[in-house]
Design a protein around this ligand. Structure first.
Ligand code: SAJ
Length: 423
């Protein structure tokens, strides 16, 4: 395809490793470049360093076929036909984008690439970044963008827990610095993408990606505000949402303890960053979603007060540390933000998460002698707990549901859930 045979994937994280695996199993010779040497070693032994359905067998297949090898040596990614950049673009404390990982990846590629190479940025970036990175490559190589090398922004759109299915069946957008660049990338990804593919320019594709996550974040904030109102009216917001979503044009999202992960808490800021003025809604939505861990603390403390348990004497068991169900990912997790909120005001915090190392050995161990259990992550395992037996281990039976995991509040507990009934 366009003479592309040799591909280097820069950054072997939640997006880079699955993408490298897909290209390798599609028959390309893939070199995964990763600065974390322990990750390189693990991958070359056919083992994944992240939890994701199907990843172990697909990785083993790619490594055993000889089509995938990981390295930390930049010499081993010299003169590749294509470079796929999948590095993180986190926020700094002041909510401005930290593009240092991206820039360092682009510098590594510029040193290694050859005339005719295709460079693809999959990372989520502020608008106008791909054009800036193309200029950086021109400065570093003397090559002309769109003539001596091709460049595209091809945002990843996959949901953790469904990555391999969505890599194949999701539609993909290729934003080229030139139309030819977009065509070349589209042909390359069609080696495994069965979903629809679209071509545009790099700034449009950058904004599209940020709009998608901002759309979700704003809708979650609206759902959280509905939850606040539900407490005021003493109704169950989830019953109301279910009924409202029967309307053909209504799709209300799910209120909860907060919005975590590497994308939704960050991308609205990336979208707003280069803009000359701030229009308010997007920022307010961020503030509402960031306030949910504190709201959950207030719900817990109102329950402790109702049962006359002074917070400073209370032991709290938090179930779930991951930012979402059945994942090991704790990046920007609202559960961690919640623990930070209560830590200084209660006697002790115990945690349990079946996917995250370093927590209690079991739910029973976590709730033993606790005064309250707070469900902070919607792991499937938490949907069928035996509250009667767990209640017998607790000092005080308070249950706070931050993720609408408990359909029917268990007898003998003081139960409070976000958006459910009186505050
Ligand atoms: N959440 C709610 N209520 C909801 C939906 C989610 O509180 O109704 C919370 C989740 O619990 C979690 C956070 O929001 O803490 C984000 O979870 P998520 O499932 O919405 O999304 P991510 O971060 O796992 O993946 C998103 C996806 N974007 C969209 O669906 C628009 C995915 O497709 C993107 O590829 C991914 O961000 C990314 O990498 O950008």
């Amino acid at each position: 395809m366009d003479g592309i045979r040799e591909i280097a994937v820069i950054g072997l994280g939640y997006i880079g490793l699955p993408t490298a695996i897909m290209f390798a199993n599609a028959g390309f010779n893939v070199t995964g470049y990763e600065i974390r040497e322990e990750v390189v070693e693990k991958i070359n032994s056919g083992k994944a360093h992240i939890v994701e359905p199907e990843i172990d067998e697909l990785l083993r297949k790619a490594v055993e076929s000889g089509n995938l090898r990981a390295t930390s040596d930049p010499e081993e990614i010299r003169e590749k036909d294509a470079y796929i950049i999948c590095v993180q673009t986190p926020l700094r404390e002041d909510k401005t984008p930290d593009l240092s990982y991206l820039e360092s990846a682009v510098r590594t590629v510029a040193k290694a690439m050859k005339r005719g190479s295709l460079v693809v940025i999959e990372s989520t970036v502020p608008p106008l970044t791909t054009v800036k990175m193309a200029k950086l490559i021109e400065e570093l190589t003397g090559f002309k963008a769109g003539k001596d090398f091709y460049m595209v922004h091809a945002p990843e759109r996959v949901m953790p827990g469904r990555i391999f299915k969505e890599l194949v069946y999701n539609s993909r957008i290729f934003g080229g610095i030139t139309p030819e660049s977009a065509e070349m990338a589209e042909r390359l990804y069609r080696s495994f993408v069965k979903g629809q593919t679209f071509k545009t320019n790099s700034t449009v594709s950058e904004v599209v990606k940020l709009m998608e996550n901002t759309f979700r974040d704003v809708n979650i904030a609206l759902a959280n505000e509905f939850a606040f109102l539900a407490h005021q009216y003493g109704i169950d917001v989830f019953e109301a949402i279910e009924l409202a979503n029967t309307h053909p044009r209504v799709r209300i999202h799910t209120p909860g303890i907060g919005v975590g992960g590497h994308c939704l808490p960050k991308d609205p800021h990336l979208l707003l960053w280069p803009a000359k003025e701030d229009f308010g809604l997007i920022k307010l939505a961020r503030e509402i979603n960031d306030s949910m861990p504190l709201f959950t603390k207030d719900l817990l403390f109102s329950a402790l007060k109702e049962l006359n348990v002074p917070p400073e004497d209370a032991t709290i068991a938090v179930l779930g540390l991951a930012y979402k169900g059945d994942s090991d990912d704790t990046r920007n997790s609202p559960a961690l933000a919640f623990i930070e909120e209560i830590e200084g005001d209660v006697k002790a915090v115990k945690t349990y998460d079946p996917f995250v190392p370093g927590t209690s050995g079991s739910v029973e161990e976590a709730v033993e002698n606790a005064d309250a259990v707070v469900i902070a992550t919607d792991h499937t395992a938490f949907k069928s707990l035996d509250w009667e037996s767990l209640g017998k281990l607790m000092r005080t039976r308070i249950l706070i549901d931050g993720r609408h995991v408990v359909e029917n509040p268990p007898r003998g507990f003081l139960f409070k859930g976000i958006g459910r009934g009186e505050f």
